[in-house]
Design a protein around this ligand. Structure first.
Ligand SMILES: Nc1ncnc2c1ncn2[C@@H]1O[C@H](COP(=O)(O)OP(=O)(O)OP(=O)(O)O)[C@@H](O)[C@H]1O
Length: 612
């Protein structure tokens, strides 16, 4: 192919992403049709959907290509356990209307095409609307953003209406009149997120939920000139979404005041309170004029909440309610997980093998590739692997902290659109990013902590869709073996014998692997059970730890039994590993836990003789 210098600049029309028909249907992103919008229950115009690469059904084809059955299953109902602890927790809402959201917010929910709330939304909305603090642990892709945005936006709308009523109607929302050029912006809600891309994503969601409410939603993150963001803030802000570093900078320059904060939300809260961010977070919450915890309302959300982080987080909360949705700190059942034992030297060849197997060839020589995220440990490796893949004929882009913000955004756009369906990433892309229809997450380098693994694989299998994740395990990953074994067993995945052996070995290095993190590495403490009830889960429980909540759909009783269901062989070449997915935890007895490459493959797109 006539490759351009970089994956991001890939010439149009050369590659395509997987289509339902299996035929190559590549066209420029501008011409590509958008996914059908689900029927809105209320009569309002739906928000336009951005052009996205493959559809849900198409991801199913990817899984089928990898030998996994049932991948395209769209779940309408999902039986999921919910646990609630804390004093006098409000009952969950059945639907958005029953939750008590303000009318304009309900219209925006309908515009988004959301028919019924997900479990984390059902439980969170009444808690937040009742003015309670909340720590919520819910699986990746389960709708946490709306779970905090909707009640916060609704609360602000109601407060603004009350204030404007007290003033005798009149102008606008809230204390808009108090703003002016040169004055510090005084948001009433602050949402903190650990990465710029996640802040930008939450901002877009919050804007949708605030549409036609009169609320002003603004965003502030680093890597872009501050003056533009400041000019925007000077026009007034009700909801500010920010990364901690840029926010501290703005407050120190007296451009933003935190004195009017009524709602404080930390998304990916366990990451935010990990060693790297904690000092900044403490400064923002305790040292920059924000109202104290009994005055403001504080909400912490994540898919993982190690007990030691919960303990730390409880400093910021007042008489809070804790909810866990889904199995404790686990990955979702929607993701079929597989782990391969490799040496470092085998990784690249194996990766090519995987990518090749999931490529679907077509009559005119074009290849189709599902959206695939490849996680590596270092920025250098991200660049190096991306070049290498590109030279092997795979359109890849990369995202990591050494790229400029413009490059990062361009990489993400290129990935989302399917122009470069492979994205090599460091952990900067592991949390929160919601890219529809990512079919495969490959942990080329496993992370040091099991929480990071949970978040990484959570980039697929989102919002009721299926996905798959493959991990490359090397000798040096032994510290994570125990956590991985527990996680995979709990998610009813096929676990190779060798992983059990590694998990049983004594692990030196303890729970602060590398000495840089409070997070757990290999142990079982990654979960989300309320640390206040450790060992004795009896007190103040709303549901008694077993309410089963329907997911993405009203009514009930359908229970989801796991992805796949039947011993499909994943690997093809060599036939060493079974990728059976659902149907109960199984132990596959793996012959020698080594990878024997099935190359050369004689494919049209890979220069099989040119591996390095
Ligand atoms: N009630 C709903 N009905 C249908 N789709 C929904 C609903 N709520 C959220 N979604 C969609 O589900 C997807 C995942 O939501 P979101 O990004 O909030 O997940 P998350 O729980 O924050 O995931 P992560 O832990 O990875 O950050 C989004 O595309 C969102 O639009």
């Amino acid at each position: 192919m006539a490759a351009s210098t970089w994956g991001d600049d890939l010439a149009e029309g050369e590659w395509t992403t997987v289509t339902r028909s299996g035929r190559p249907t590549y066209s420029s992103p501008a011409r590509r049709s958008t996914n059908p919008t689900p029927a809105a229950p209320r009569r309002v115009a739906a928000f336009p959907k951005p052009a996205a690469a493959p559809t849900v059904g198409e991801v199913g084809e990817v899984l089928a290509g990898l030998g996994i059955e049932g991948g395209s299953r769209r779940l309408d109902k999902y039986d999921i356990p919910v646990e609630v602890s804390g004093e006098a927790a409000p009952a969950p809402a059945v639907g958005f209307e029953e939750a008590g959201l303000a009318e304009p917010v309900l219209r925006n929910v309908a515009r988004c095409g959301y028919e019924s709330p997900t479990p984390v939304q059902r439980y969170s909305m009444p808690i937040v609307l009742a003015g309670r603090d909340l720590m919520a642990c819910a699986q990746t892709g389960s709708g946490k953003t709306a779970a905090f945005c909707l009640p916060v936006v609704s609360g602000l709308v109601v407060a603004s209406d009350a204030a404007s009523g007290a003033r005798g109607g009149g102008a606008g929302r809230g204390d808009r009149e108090a703003y002016g050029y040169g004055r510090a912006a005084t948001p009433r809600a602050l949402v903190l997120a650990p990465t710029r891309e996640l802040a930008a994503q939450i901002y877009e969601e919050a804007k949708k939920f605030s549409h036609l409410t009169g609320l002003r939603v603004k965003v502030a993150y680093g890597g872009t000139p501050m003056y533009q963001q400041l000019r925007d803030l000077e026009k007034g802000v009700d909801v500010l979404v920010a990364t901690p570093g840029r926010l501290v900078d703005m407050v120190e320059r007296a451009k933003v005041s935190l004195e009017a904060i009524k709602y404080l939300v930390m998304d990916e809260a366990d990451r935010m309170l990990d060693m790297g961010f904690e000092p900044q977070i403490r400064k923002i919450v305790d040292g920059m004029g924000m109202p104290r915890k009994s005055v403001r309302q504080t909400m912490l959300f994540s898919a993982t909440f190690p007990p030691q982080i919960q303990r730390l987080a409880s400093d910021f909360l007042s008489k809070y309610i804790f909810i866990t949705v889904g199995r404790v700190g686990s990955s979702t059942d929607l993701i079929t997980q597989k782990v391969e034992f490799l040496s470092d030297g085998e990784k690249r060849i194996y990766l090519l093998d995987l990518l090749q197997k999931q490529s679907v060839g077509s009559s005119d020589g074009k290849l189709q590739q599902p959206l695939t995220l490849v996680f590596v440990e270092t920025k250098r490796e991200a660049d190096s692997l991306r070049y290498w893949l590109y030279n092997k004929g795979f359109p890849a882009t990369a995202i990591h902290g050494d790229r400029t913000q413009e490059e990062r955004e361009s990489a993400l756009r290129s990935f989302k659109s399917g122009l470069t369906p492979i994205m090599v990433a460091t952990d900067v892309a592991s949390r929160g990013l919601d890219v529809p229809n990512v079919g495969h997450v490959i942990n080329y380098d496993l992370p040091k902590s099991i929480e990071d693994y949970v978040h990484r694989i959570g980039r697929t299998g989102r919002a009721g869709n299926a996905g798959c994740a493959t991990a490359f395990f090397t000798e040096s990953n032994q510290p994570i073996a125990k956590g991985l074994l527990e996680l995979m067993t709990e998610a009813k995945q096929s676990v190779p014998d060798w992983l059990e052996e590694y998990a049983a070995r004594p692990c030196y290095g303890g729970s602060s692997y590398g000495g840089r993190s409070r997070r757990s590495s290999g142990g079982s403490s990654f979960g989300g059970r309320d640390y206040r009830s450790a060992g004795d889960y009896s007190g103040n429980s709303y549901s008694g730890g077993g309410d089963r909540s329907s997911y993405y759909g009203g009514g009930g009783g359908n229970s989801y039994s796991g992805v796949g269901g039947g011993g499909n062989s994943y690997s093809g070449g060599g036939g060493r590993s079974s990728y059976s997915g659902g149907g109960g935890s199984s132990r596959s007895s793996a012959p020698p836990p080594r990878y024997y490459p099935s190359y050369p493959m004689g494919t049209s797109n890979i220069n099989a003789s040119g591996w390095d």
